[in-house]
Design a protein around this ligand. Structure first.
Ligand code: SF4
Length: 659
């Protein structure tokens, strides 16, 4: 393997932000390549600024580099300017650590966190000089791997990847390394690629699409079945039992240029049992596993020292729910963490019903720039449908806490296009924002609220996987309702996600293998960096769908029946399909569910299936017995407590409700 640096360096003088491609950050390793080591190139299919902070990639980078039989480097999607120069000068995709050609690695592993980056995967594989279709690859080509949340429905990319990792990677990457190490030792002989893929398909958590036959019945999927008897009919996700065993990253990367989330990130827990029905991350990462508070403090102290950062972000799906939050916050600005008062803390995922004045006073140090909450829907009725059980009083009390502690700007996230949504729910968004501004004006004349509107995309492995996504026109109409109402409201601004991009996300999110040809057409037509609005054009996707004889209405806007075979049914996130269906029926009946961390189990399948129970750093439920979704709601008198009944798998709930 030879460094391409001498050919890359002259190109960097002619591109924006050459620091994206240099590597050598604090925290980067000096890789020790050797013939008997398996080489991984960990790829993020977006720019360096977005990819570098990715925790999953940093964790695997360190774990692999600690092994005797592996070595890992990183790569990010080159921006258009460098890509054009690379293609003109015949420079392939390269690693940023030592500038080796991507095609010389044993594995090229992509982290997928959003649907609109799929075409970047094809582009990077092609730029690596590797055939984009897995069927055309030879033994000397890298194995192309997918992981991350979008891997839970990888079918639109099934023809382009060799293997998919479902769930958390800490343990399974070692098992994959061992299989590939043996393959390398055997000489990677002609024809051996099929054999190593079959071996890999037996590793728990690894899905090899080429080992499965797909049958259709007209437009409907009939079945996805293994080609061989030793290949599993269902692939189950991997889950790390105890985060305390994995205190990574120990040496976080300090970026060379400005990046998104430019701060130290420390993961405090994984999983979420709040049960928000639109949230794929919450469903597929169950159960809750908290990191011990002591370990969090150590990771903060070490990370601040090694990166020189002055801000730490405590990450999870709902950080205020972390049972050790007060302890950790109290210790951050203390000698215990080696800081003595100079560190800002951000909590990027805040539930309003767990945000208190005490918490508000401890986050962000002296900085009070902006605070973000996600009520998601404009009325209690719709929040019951989506199971985001926060009352208006919860929201106003959190907003009051924020404004009273010195913030003057709030951002509120909402989704449009949710199941059963009516215009009254949509107008409710502006009503909530207006009331929040009024609360803020009691504290500061500069109080303002920005409403951020996203279009809802139903996701696999959630109770809403059967729901027909709103059309582009309908989403556009709803955005306009909010904009018109906000125009008449002082202090409220609106930002919105392009409904056209939401349509393309819908194609990819619940697509089957036939969508692969669409992806290839969009990519060949120049459709890369599709999550960047300046490069997105829905007409590209529409033309590609039409050329393949596929209907957007059928893939995106159609409601699914209970007995329909879904493209991801052979991939398991641990959730019983009948639990999800019952939860969908409960949603239509506007039944909310309490957090199962503090209530009896709903038998969703995750804890029982994996033999793991929730791991809570401090196993004491909050006062009232729940995190504000159950008894707190009942006490507030706004919600009849009987709405919080639990469906059981043997006891269907809900009436027929139109969506
Ligand atoms: S198995 Fe029970 S306790 Fe575990 S996540 Fe599912 S519903 Fe909650």
């Amino acid at each position: 393997m030879t460094s391409l640096w001498a050919r890359i360096e002259p190109l960097l003088a002619r591109v924006q932000k050459p620091a994206r491609y240099i590597g050598c950050e604090d925290g980067a390793v000096t890789p020790r390549h050797a013939p008997d080591r398996v080489s991984w190139l960990l790829a993020y299919p977006d720019t360096y600024e977005i990819g570098l902070p990715n925790q999953g990639l940093q964790i695997l980078y360190e774990i692999l580099n600690e092994r005797d039989d592996a070595v890992a480097e990183r790569t990010y999607a080159p921006w258009h300017d460098l890509e054009a120069l690379m293609r003109r000068h015949g420079v392939p995709l390269f690693s940023v650590d030592t500038h080796l050609a991507a095609g010389d690695f044993d594995l090229l592993a992509f982290n997928l966190s959003a649907e609109l980056v799929y075409t970047n995967v094809l582009n990077m594989v092609d730029l690596a000089g590797v055939p984009v279709r897995s069927a055309h690859r030879e033994p000397h080509h890298p194995l192309v791997v997918l992981g991350g949340h979008c891997a839970f429905n990888p079918e639109p990319l099934a023809d382009f990847v060799d293997l998919v990792v479902l769930g958390e990677g800490e343990e399974v990457i070692g098992e994959i390394t061992e299989v590939v190490r043996d393959w390398k030792a055997s000489g990677r002989t002609p024809g051996s690629r099929e054999g190593v893929l079959r071996e890999l398909s037996k590793v728990p958590g690894v899905y090899v699409p080429a080992m499965y036959e797909v049958e259709y019945d007209g437009p409907q999927l009939r079945a996805v079945t293994p080609r061989y008897s030793d290949v599993p009919a269902t692939v189950h996700k991997r889950t790390v039992a105890d985060l305390a065993d994995w205190p990574y990253p120990k040496h976080p990367l300090a970026p060379l240029t400005e990046v998104v989330h430019d701060r130290l990130a420390v993961e405090v827990f994984r999983g979420c049992t709040r049960g928000c029905r639109f949230c794929q991350a919450g469903m597929i990462t169950r159960p809750v596993r908290e990191r011990p508070a002591e370990q969090v403090r150590t990771m903060i102290a070490n990370g601040l020292r090694s990166t020189g950062q002055s801000e730490v972000s405590l990450t999870s799906l709902s950080t205020a729910d972390y049972s050790g939050i007060e302890q950790v916050l109290q210790s951050v600005n203390s000698a215990e963490c080696g800081t003595n008062g100079a560190v800002s803390v951000s909590l990027p995922s805040l539930r309003v019903d767990a945000f208190t004045v005490g918490l508000a006073s401890q986050v962000s140090g002296g900085r009070r720039s902006g605070l973000t909450f996600a009520p998601e829907a404009g009325s209690w009725r719709l929040r019951s449908v989506i199971n985001k059980l926060i009352t208006e009083d919860d929201l106003y009390s959190a907003v009051e806490s924020g404004f009273s502690q010195g913030w003057n700007r709030m951002k509120l996230y909402f989704l449009t296009g949710l199941p059963t949504e009516q215009d009254a729910d949509t107008y409710g968004i502006v009503d909530l924002a207006r009331n929040c501004v009024q609360i803020g004006r009691r504290h500061t004349n500069r109080a303002s609220v920005t409403v951020s509107l996203g279009g809802f995309v139903p996701k696999p492995h959630t109770p809403f996987q059967w729901f027909g996504q709103n059309t582009t026109d309908e989403l556009r109409r709803k955005v306009q309702l909010v904009r018109d109402a906000a125009e008449r409201t002082r202090g409220v601004k609106v930002k919105w996600h392009d409904p056209k991009a939401t349509a393309a996300e819908g194609i990819a999110a619940r697509g089957d293998r036939r969508i692969g040809n669409v992806m290839e057409r969009v990519w060949r037509d120049g459709g890369v960096f599709q999550e960047w609005s300046e490069f997105f054009r829905l007409s590209r996707w529409e033309e590609a769908m039409a050329a393949e004889g596929l209907s957007i209405e059928w893939y995106v806007n159609r409601h699914r029946d209970e007995d329909e075979v879904l493209p991801w049914d052979h991939l398991s996130a641990g959730l019983h399909k009948d639990f999800l269906w019952l939860d969908w029926q409960a949603a239509l009946a506007e039944h909310g569910l309490e957090d199962c961390r503090w209530t009896p189990c709903y038998d969703c399948g995750v804890c029982t299936g994996y033999g793991i129970e929730h791991v809570v750093a401090s196993p004491v439920p909050p006062a009232g017995g729940s995190q504000g979704t159950g008894q707190d709601l009942a006490r507030g008198g706004e919600v009849p407590v009987q709405l919080l009944t639990r469906p059981r798998r043997d006891e269907p709930v809900g009436a027929e409700v139109s969506v």
